[in-house]
Design a protein around this ligand. Structure first.
Ligand SMILES: O=C(O)C1=C[C@@H](OP(=O)(O)O)[C@@H](O)[C@H](O)C1
Ligand SMILES: C=C(OP(=O)(O)O)C(=O)O
Length: 441
């Protein structure tokens, strides 16, 4: 059932809030816990549909998990110790879940049928399957879901240069590398989020990282023996992006988002907002569970357009729709370059962002892989935004509705639960006028 939402012009937002745990770290914490010997305890796990799909898939392969007082306990089976699943593994809407688990399954001597929702069935899987096939896995079906992946207990190590900057592809290969004798190396042209490497070390794997100019090479030594650890999952900077954007554009706002991950491979949006003139501070910077975290203090103010260079894309890949919304209120034309990857996310985010902005009376267009947004003092609003099963499109345009002259209707917000359960409630608590009671007005 679609769940529409109406966002209306709001007065100044204020107060403090927390966002749920980081999605990337949550998937990985469950996976590394499962591949370890002994118990892993996870606090702050993101309990969203995407992460729960990964948890369920691991349970279907014999991993025991329990939840007590909001903390998760994972009883690991060791690298290579998963059991063949009886039925298909359903990853729902989750690209990260299915792609990382392909790397895990590739290193096991059994077949698994992988399925997902309509959005996931449209997304390219060849980018992960090709290197896994080079290592010795087999695939029945094409390079889209549904497909059957046949793993092997006898993978061969590879050195693989990523053709696209993708943390999911890097991670899948390194995960398979854990179960492969010898050294498996991934070379990435630009640094992508580094949680897999960080967590592999945390769980006891031997990992070597070499950085030559922008290029990074990561080598893992198999066959690894991992040991259960404690993981604290900090708030997700990709979720914090929405209250941040809302506070920047609603005049008079002053909002603090507590305990947000500020790992430099994830903070491209915040650097960009600072360049636009945003009053944005990282307060109380500290380390938590091996990652850098901070409280983000955000105050509204005038913003100016900027050019966002293509090499920044891996550090803010999921934040472009909400940056486009902020850019719609800035002075001048914001150019965001190198966005080819946006076309293969939960929706074609380049097209969906332009269509949503256009429906709200904002001028925006694509020039090849560049997105251009013309800022304006007045956002007419009044339109309906089509989300195409994409949580980030839904949340970005709910934010735009907070400054539009006429209410903005989001056709379906059900998918928000894949990454940010409680989004509307938490935004309402700081003053956002969101109505998701059925869109009866
Ligand atoms: O590794 C991860 O946790 C993720 C990597 C990114 O995808 P790509 O690897 O496809 O760029 C990002 O868009 C996704 O939300 C999470
Ligand atoms: C692209 C995203 O996630 P995934 O690839 O895991 O579906 C996202 O969360 O914006």
């Amino acid at each position: 059932m679609p769940r529409p939402l109406i966002a209306r012009k709001s007065t100044a937002l204020s107060g403090a809030l927390r966002v749920p745990g980081d999605k990337s770290i949550s998937h990985r914490a469950l996976i590394f816990g499962a591949l370890s010997i002994g118990e892993t305890h996870i606090s702050g796990l993101l309990e969203s549909a995407d992460v729960l799909a990964t948890a369920h898939a691991l349970q279907q392969m014999g991993v025991q998990m329990t939840r007590e007082d909001g903390n998760w306990r994972v009883v690991g089976v060791g690298c290579g110790g998963l059991a063949p699943p009886e039925g298909p593994l359903d990853f729902g809407n989750a690209g990260t879940g299915v792609r990382l688990m392909m790397g895990v399954i590739a290193g096991h001597d059994f077949a698994a049928e992988l399925i997902g929702d309509e959005s996931l069935q449209r997304r390219p899987m060849g980018r992960v399957l090709d290197p896994l096939k080079q290592m010795g896995a087999e695939v029945h079906g094409g390079d889209r879901l549904p497909l059957t992946l046949v793993g092997s207990g006898d993978l061969a190590p590879i050195t693989y240069r990523l053709p696209v900057a993708s943390a999911q592809v890097k991670s899948a290969i390194l995960l398979a590398g854990l179960m492969t004798p010898g050294e498996t190396t991934v070379i990435e042209p630009e640094a992508t989020r580094d949680h897999t490497e960080t967590m592999m070390r945390h769980f006891g794997a031997e990992v070597r990282i070499e950085q030559v100019t922008a290029e990074r090479s990561i080598t893992v030594t198999g066959e690894a023996v991992l040991h259960g650890r404690d993981v604290e999952v900090p708030g997700d900077p990709s979720s914090a992006a929405f209250p941040t954007a809302a506070a920047l554009i609603c005049p008079g706002s002053d909002v603090t988002i507590e305990n947000v991950l500020v790992n430099p491979t994830r903070t491209g949006l915040y650097d960009t907002l600072a360049e636009m003139g945003a009053d944005l501070r990282f307060e109380n910077e500290r380390r938590s569970g091996g990652e850098k975290v901070a409280d983000l203090r955000v105050r509204a103010g005038k913003l100016k357009a900027v050019r966002v260079p293509p090499e920044r894309a891996p550090r803010m890949i999921d934040e472009y729709p909400v940056l486009a919304v902020v850019a719609a209120t800035a002075e001048g034309e914001t150019r965001m370059e190198g966005l080819a990857e946006l076309r293969v996310k939960e929706s074609d985010r380049l097209a969906a962002t332009i269509a949503g902005l256009t429906a709200c009376g904002v001028t925006a267009w694509a020039e090849g892989d560049t997105l251009v947004v013309r800022g304006a003092e007045r956002i007419p609003g009044g339109g309906t935004v089509e989300t195409h099963m994409d949580h980030r499109i839904a949340m970005a345009f709910a934010v735009l509705g907070l400054v539009a002259e006429q209410p903005v209707r989001i056709d379906d917000t059900a998918m928000i639960d894949t990454s940010f359960p409680g989004f509307a409630e938490r935004m309402r608590a700081i003053g956002a006028d969101f109505d998701d009671s059925g869109g009866s007005e």
